[in-house]
Design a protein around this ligand. Sequence first.
Ligand SMILES: Nc1nc2c(c(=O)[nH]1)N[C@H]1C(S)=C(S)[C@@H](COP(=O)(O)O)O[C@H]1N2
Ligand SMILES: [Mo]
Length: 387
Amino acid sequence: MKLAERLPGPPTEEDFDSPLRDERLTARIGVLLGICFGLAFVTGLISHLHYSPEPWLPLPSRPVWGYRVTQGLHVLSGTAAIPLLLVKLWSVYPKLFAEIPKGRIGTLVLNLVERASIGVLVAAAIFELASGLANSSQWYPWGFHFRATHYAIAWLAIGSLILHIAVKLPVIRRALGEPLTGPEPGPSYAGPSRRALLRTTWIASGVAVAAAAGNTVPFLRKVSVFAVRNGRGPEGIPINKSAKAADVVATALDSSFTLTLRRGAREVSLTRADLKAMTQRGHTLPIACVEGWSASGTWTGVRLRELLDLVDGPAGSDVEFRSLQQHGAFGHSLLPGNFADDPLTLLALRLNGEELSIDHGYPCRLIAPDRPGVFQTKWVHEIEVQA
Ligand SMILES: Nc1nc2c(c(=O)[nH]1)N[C@H]1C(S)=C(S)[C@@H](COP(=O)(O)O)O[C@H]1N2
Ligand SMILES: [Mo]
């Protein structure tokens, strides 16, 4: 026997004979998957605009829970998509082994182009879900810049998804119009029904969401095995980075601490006692981390606008915050003018009725409505008006 005859050949599409694989199943999962990707894309764009503001599209500072909801939805829709994508890929992957049509060169080219576009879609979709999941679990096993890459590939994913839906629209419409059951598989078939597989897929997706939702929804915290934050922390709020990790313990507790307000050559220095002597206001505002967890607290402190007035900061000016933290990207942030002027934006000194703990940003920290947590700078020691 020749070697070629002894080796098994590559499988053909017919070698995969599960009667559950069917365009009616694929289309139904596809609809939900499409909704999840659409939701993740739109909420991702909102998050991107917070990081890279566009002057022609300023984001509003209300509702205060805006980013909490959009970023929560972003992470949850991505999480829900993981089981859906796995089952959907299972339902179609034998097509990879389908014979390439012989004959007209045009048909061949079209077939190859379609395969390539699906290859791009699958790769981009897997990349988005895998990198997003790792990021929301605070696991960074890669060397590339997460946000820039996740954002660029998102366009690739949504573009190839729209193309895919357009190409498949006739099949999708036909498949959704047909009932899920029948024809019955042969008597030798002992597996689950198509309906049972679909139900299991929905449940898997729901369980994944419930397991992640505890990051945002307080009463789900107990069941959430994926929740990075269990809701515990000083003053009832989780801590993102401790004072020790940020290497600010000594400077934050230094009794000679002063806050510097600056605008051009104008400068005003305030001690913590000076800040305490100003009008204190209390607002309930959430910390909403990009990783998807969020928690609401009642913050008390000085209205930012009243501090900016001390150096005659013009209305609408962007404001730079600098932390005592010397290292890392989170040691400073730029607050757009409309957020700086929002009467709810505080330089907080207290949280939930207690003195701000050092891990939450003592001596003082920024807390603004509808902002990504990463910009709610802790251990603030300099505030500079950019006008
Ligand atoms: N100086 C400084 N401020 C910071 C951070 C940081 O690492 N350093 N982390 C930010 C992030 S990512 C979040 S989500 C919030 C969390 O605030 P908390 O630790 O008080 O809950 O703080 C923000 N402020
Ligand atoms: Mo964060």
